[in-house]
Design a protein around this ligand. Structure first.
Ligand SMILES: Cc1ncc(COP(=O)(O)O)c(C=O)c1O
Length: 378
């Protein structure tokens, strides 16, 4: 039976949330991080057929691109503290980083205090708890609805009170460095020197800054442009602060890692465009991705539609959609937030935008098991 998304929606039957098993050892974990699949997806805009290359970071062991960051942050603290035994680590996290840090701390014998807020997905919170992290919930948002300031204040208190060390994803150079050493080279290896653009979402900006620095280091042979994708309402890349409903990408403080000189442009994507693109990818390509991936694909499609000379775009897709079953993939939740997906889907129809299937297998089943049908086609 087809699943209906939109005003009369039934929830999309996504696969159950991952009860991520711990790898057998720290060494086994290190081997499994990265080398994520790069999947070509057909996109038609009117009569033109194009291909987007999606790098699926949800295939990392703890389910997101933050696995790379978490590993690098822990190693940087271990080096700073002389690899001298178990540490008490504290970090402010909106979810993915916390789940990865918790699993890795468990494997490594460290303790984790995860400072979180009510917007964290239940799937990530459950993973943090399962791996033994202590959860510190911050309840009071600022005037734009962001909890980041409150989370950082709590981290500083904990550091002072409990002799904990802060991985500090917002300023630790190990964050962009791992994307310079790993993610950037993987993109070039998978996609090749004829890539026109790479689109990457921003929260701390570590992913974007690391990839951009690596690809620029390959100039003049490589002329690939790197575009940051930020949420409307986020100030990570100098936007104007406003309320936004989706989590995962965007931030209520400027990125310490991304300087204007490093990136070739910024695309702002609002909540409705993001949700619409997530629904459309699930319905038409059978790919169930997280919100930031929807935003990255939305920005990339805009570029394809505007610029017929751009032919090869890589979309860095930070996670898959399982964690978002009660938010982005729940039409009731979307409606309650006042996110008007219908208007965006109308625009997609008017532009003749449609995804074909996956062009190749991924090696891991990341498809929505029962492709949903968009409302206007029911
Ligand atoms: C879902 C998602 N999207 C995008 C990002 C971008 O990460 P950053 O800019 O911190 O490297 C992250 C990291 O938290 C994420 O979890």
């Amino acid at each position: 039976m087809p699943v209906v998304l939109g005003p009369e929606a039934t929830p999309v039957p996504l696969p159950p949330g991952p009860a991520t098993p711990l790898p057998a050892s720290w060494e086994a974990l290190a081997r499994r991080i990265g080398h994520t699949p790069m999947v070509p997806v057909e996109v038609r805009i009117g009569a033109r057929r194009r291909v987007l290359w999606l790098k699926l970071e949800g295939c990392n062991p703890f389910g997101s691109i933050k696995d790379r960051t978490a590993y690098a942050l822990i190693r940087s603290l271990e080096r700073r503290h002389g690899d001298g035994g178990p540490l008490t680590i504290v970090e402010s996290t909106s979810g993915n980083l916390g789940a990865a840090l918790a699993g890795m701390c468990r494997l490594r014998g460290h303790s984790l205090i995860a400072v979180v807020d009510p917007k964290n997905s239940p799937v990530n919170l459950a993973a943090m708890r399962r791996f033994g992290a202590r959860i510190e919930m911050v309840h009071r948002p600022d005037e734009t609805g962001s909890y980041l300031g409150g989370r950082l204040a709590r981290v500083r208190e904990i550091c002072a009170r409990e002799n904990a060390c802060w991985t500090d994803q917002y300023a630790n150079p190990a964050n962009p460095e791992v994307h310079f050493r790993q993610t950037g080279p993987e993109i070039l290896l998978d996609a090749g020197y004829d890539t026109d653009c790479v689109f990457a979402a921003v929260s701390t900006g570590g992913t974007l800054a690391g990839i951009a620095r690596y690809l620029r280091s390959q100039r003049p042979k490589l002329i690939t442009k790197v575009i940051g994708v930020d949420a409307v309402g986020s100030i990570a890349l100098c936007g104007r602060p406003a309320t936004r409903k989706l989590t995962g990408y965007g931030a209520s403080r400027p990125s310490a890692f991304v300087q204007d000189a490093q990136v070739d442009g910024t695309a702002w994507v609002d909540d409705a465009e993001t949700v619409a693109m997530c629904w459309k990818l699930a319905a038409e390509a059978g790919l169930c991705l997280g919100g930031s991936s929807g935003a990255v694909v939305a920005a990339s499609v805009r570029r394809l539609a505007r610029d017929p000379d751009t032919s090869k775009i890589v979309c860095v897709c930070p996670d898959d959609g399982v964690k978002y079953r009660d938010t982005i993939y729940d039409a009731g939740w979307v409606r309650d937030q006042g996110i008007d997906v219908e208007a965006v889907l109308d625009r997609h129809d008017a532009a003749g935008l449609r995804f074909g299937g996956l062009v190749a297998a991924t090696g891991r089943d990341v498809r929505a098991p029962d492709a949903p049908v968009l409302p206007r086609r029911c």
